[in-house]
Design a protein around this ligand. Structure first.
Ligand code: GAL
Length: 885
């Protein structure tokens, strides 16, 4: 961290810094993000993830409830409520004492664990009829009260410091006690929040007892919410005069190739007890280039003018500054642009002594939203090739993991994705750091519900008390990220259909968002709002869920919305909702290019499977191709967010009451691409020479029967051969997106396609009838041969069941047993089958259509390699070895 050189010139101090730097080993989970975090003068931020005691009870073990303690929780929102008259006062009477929050409480029998933790993901799944937690929420035991306890010590060096607890996400209704004192809390489980522990902590070296209570109601969500402290938790210690939480904001303007003007706002706080005298503070902010891959601050390229403030005890004050940056290296989405980052390092001085240092990663870029030309970033048109993602990470549940999230994003980026919608809630902070680094635009979304319920216990219960604080906290936390280009403050909210009252709520939320960030536009995922309605006027852009391209067999609504709001960028906040079971093909195949799924038409209710010809969507959705058709018909459409990139836990439509995870993903829950991965890739990455044949060619029961063969390719012409015999060379017509040979008659053997672009050979592919399954083949994600010990690094080990020639046996469903030799453990397994009720941590996993997955962790302190093994009756075992990095 070159930044320290400015403040400390002596050799001794540099040496000390180096020692500290070496001693500081970030947990791999956060390595990418923490390399440039603040550790210098006056400020210390340490992880509290390790060493918790945990107990969950299905019913309240303590007689407490949010409603009962709400008056003590609400003041936690005050920093994010603009009107001081609306601030909440803590009641003068003390809250009732709570046993489980006391230092002396005996938690020795509770489970020991580290964060991030999702108590529900280990299961078991509710399998019967009428489950407590239904299929929409993933049939996993999210409900009940969870208590987390751990201690931390503060030394004499912390005397006089302000001490904060920073929780990145806890599901849900968090209430926090320190040394038996109720500090505060935050109900919305997706929010990041800070609590001031200072009045309650001991600083004499004795232990401080931290206790966190979470409470999850049944029917609290339309999808799997997870349960527990499922993101990182930090302890932040700062001098009384310091930069507040999310306390800096860097904007850029007047951007050209030769210069840009940066504006900064720094929010200073003086938490010294009132009654003390005012303190003169000065702030110097340096701008450094940041290496986006390593996260390190590099050369200093600008310095904001010194800003000064006088802060009364208990006071807050913002200071502003502007500086010109020469030859700015812009942040832009891949692959056309580069995600260059900068980091602003703010040094706060009192009486010439540096009391706080705070880093703000940011990027320089312009964003323009147009009703005619869609989105432009840095003056270059960017068609939104987006996907919606829920926050769960499949078999890992909601417990956030950087490598798991990074893998999800990489798989999407390889397909051609350039944007992500965080449907329908604020993501983990590290997800945005990944998006910044990887050059992925983010549509950052906060709510699925406003004041009117979708399910009994969702956000509507606390909307009135919390929407302002949640919205301000969300925007303030995320607005420095260059990846974030658009705010969404709602998804399919009932208020769309509530006339003026609904529009008034939309206007109120829009005003809050724009008050916190006038530089970005807003949207709401609108499935019901009508063209030109007051509701559509309350948002800056027209984000349509499904209606734009036309629901089911319906006509596209893009033209009427465009006509009613010609100046607004228009796009699909949510598109397609095609459904499929990976590797499953059902007959007959619809001749249409989009068809509503139902039993006998793309779906088989008896087996709860959906066909992977990928022509079938829910009644409110459309096939990918119908969406493409609309985009190519209306060139002013700015793009789409496909529902969804990956499968997710919960919402297993069309088998909502019988399965446990979704059928919507382009990639299954375990990470294996479904067929349409290659359809999106063909359209979104026309540079990639691809050719992908479907279905597989193992149809012993279909000899002599019509078995359509379809090919996804970025080519414009293709010739298909079945056992060497041409089935015809066809040219792809305008506004069609696949090659189809619908009259092919099945005979075992080989199907081959040769494709051409502009008359020249482009790409070819072959599928063959496979032989008997012979063995198991294991491989790691992207061939990575190593894993970091301890922390949160993970290896994703894929299993293929192969025949003698090494071809994947497409219908193989053998029972696999995974094991490890060496200092590692299997965290979870999966196969991408939405019907599989075997709990995720199980080492036994039935393969689904030829594949399974094991997720492996290396133990802390491991040095020896780990061998991951898989065995199955009658098959040759497979293994792969991971070196400790
Ligand atoms: C949308 C909704 C999503 C998801 C999807 C499934 O209407 O916004 O959250 O439920 O349908 O098709």
């Amino acid at each position: 961290m070159g930044i320290r050189r400015e403040a400390f010139a002596s050799f001794a101090v540099i040496l000390l810094s180096l020692v500290l730097l070496l001693a500081y080993v970030p947990s791999p989970a956060s390595a990418a993000t923490l390399k440039c975090r603040d550790r210098p003068a006056g400020r210390e931020r340490t992880s509290l993830n390790v060493g918790w005691r945990f107990q969950r009870s299905e019913t309240s073990p303590d007689g407490l409830s949010y409603d009962q303690l709400k008056a003590y929780i609400l003041p936690s929102a005050n920093d994010f409520i603009k009107d001081p008259a609306q601030h909440h006062q803590r009641p003068s009477s003390p809250p009732p004492p709570v046993d489980r929050a006391q230092a002396g409480y005996d938690d020795s029998q509770w489970e020991q664990l580290d964060l991030p933790h999702d108590w529900a993901v280990k299961g078991p799944f509710y399998t019967g009829a009428d489950p407590v937690i239904d299929g929409s929420m993933g049939r996993l035991p999210i409900q009940g009260v969870g208590w987390y306890r751990r201690t931390f010590a503060l030394g004499p060096a912390d005397e006089g410091k302000a001490v904060y607890l920073d929780v990145d996400g806890a599901m849900s209704y968090a209430m926090v006690w320190v040394n038996g004192n109720l500090v505060g809390g935050w109900p919305y489980g997706y929010a990041s929040f800070r609590l001031d522990l200072t009045p309650y902590v001991n600083k004499g070296g004795e232990e401080n007892q931290l206790a966190i209570r979470l409470d999850n109601a049944v029917d609290s969500s339309r999808f799997y919410p997870g349960a527990g402290i499922y993101r990182n938790v930090w302890l932040t210690k700062v001098s009384p005069v310091h930069i507040g939480r999310s306390g800096t904001w860097v904007r850029s303007r007047d951007i050209s190739t030769t210069s840009a003007t940066l504006d900064i706002t720094v929010q200073l706080e003086n938490t010294a007890k009132s009654g003390g005298k005012a303190v003169d503070v000065s702030v110097v902010t340096d701008v450094h280039v940041m290496d986006a891959a390593s996260g390190k601050a590099g050369d200093k390229v600008a310095t904001f003018p010194n800003a000064t403030a006088s802060l009364d005890a208990g006071g807050k004050q913002s200071v502003n500054g502007s500086v010109s940056l020469q030859n700015p290296r812009l942040w832009g989405p891949r692959p056309e642009q580069e995600p260059n980052m900068y980091v602003a390092v703010s040094h706060v001085y009192v009486g010439g002594k540096e009391v706080d240092t705070y880093e703000t990663p940011f990027g320089v870029r312009t964003v323009e939203y147009s009703g005619e030309t869609g989105l432009s970033v840095n003056g270059q048109h960017v068609f939104l090739k987006g996907i919606c993602q829920h926050h769960d990470l499949g078999a890992l549940g909601a417990a956030f993991s950087v490598p798991a999230a990074e893998r999800q994003l990489q798989v999407m980026q390889d397909m051609g994705v350039n944007s992500l919608r965080t449907s329908h809630n604020p993501p983990a902070p590290e997800l945005l750091q990944l998006a910044d680094r990887m050059g992925i635009l983010v549509l950052d979304e906060i709510f699925d519900t406003w004041r009117t319920a979708k399910v009994t216990n969702d956000f509507h219960r606390i909307f009135d008390d919390w929407h302002e604080a949640d919205t301000r906290a969300f925007v303030r936390r995320d607005r420095n990220h260059p990846s974030v280009f658009l705010w969404s403050f709602g998804n399919e909210v009932a208020e769309q259909s509530q006339g003026d009252a609904g529009a008034a709520t939309a206007r109120a939320l829009h005003a809050i968002v724009r008050d916190e960030d006038p530089t970005r536009q807003t949207c709401v995922g609108m499935d019901q709002a009508r063209p030109g309605s007051a509701f559509t006027q309350a948002v800056d852009t027209i984000g349509l869920n499904y209606q734009g391209e036309g629901r089911g067999d319906g006509p596209p609504a893009f033209p009427s919305f465009h006509a009613a709001s010609p100046g607004k960028m228009i796009f699909s906040t949510e598109s397609s909702s095609a459904v499929s079971s990976r590797g499953t093909f059902l007959f007959p195949v619809t001749p249409a290019n989009s068809s509503i799924v139902r039993d006998g038409n793309g779906a088989d209710d008896a087996t709860m499977t959906v066909s992977s010809y990928d022509l079938y969507a829910v009644s409110w959705g459309a096939s990918p191709e119908k969406v493409f058709f609309a985009q190519d018909t209306y060139p002013w459409v700015a793009g789409e967010y496909v529902w969804t990139g990956w499968d997710y836990v919960g919402e297993p439509t069309p088998y909502a009451d019988r399965a446990r995870s979704s059928y919507f993903g382009i990639v299954d829950l375990a990470g294996f691409p479904k067929e349409r991965y290659y359809l999106y890739q063909s359209r979104w990455r026309p540079d990639v020479r691809n050719a992908h044949i479907l279905p597989h060619w193992d149809w012993p029961g279909r000899v002599g029967q019509v078995t359509p063969v379809h090919v996804f390719s970025s080519a414009d012409e293709a010739e298909l051969f079945v056992n060497g015999e041409s089935q015809g060379r066809v040219r792809r017509a305008a506004r069609t997106y696949r090659f189809r040979w619908d009259q092919v008659v099945y005979q075992p053997g080989e199907v081959r396609v040769e494709t051409y672009k502009d008359g020249a050979a482009w790409a070819s592919a072959t599928v063959r009838t496979t032989g008997k399954a012979k063995g198991l083949r294991l491989s790691t994600y992207k061939g990575r041969a190593g894993i970091r010990a301890g922390g949160d690094d993970l290896a994703f080990v894929s299993l293929d069941i192969v025949d003698e020639r090494g071809d994947v046996v497409p219908l193989a469903g053998d029972d696999i047993t995974f094991s490890v030799d060496g200092p590692g453990e299997i965290v979870a397994t999966d196969n991408g089958d939405p019907r599989d009720y075997v709990a995720f941590p199980s080492k036994e996993r039935k393969a689904f259509n030829g594949h399974a997955l094991a997720i492996v962790r290396a133990r802390a302190g491991a040095t020896e390699p780990i061998t991951v093994k898989a065995s199955a009756d009658g098959l040759e075992a497979g293994e792969v070895t991971l070196k400790i990095e």
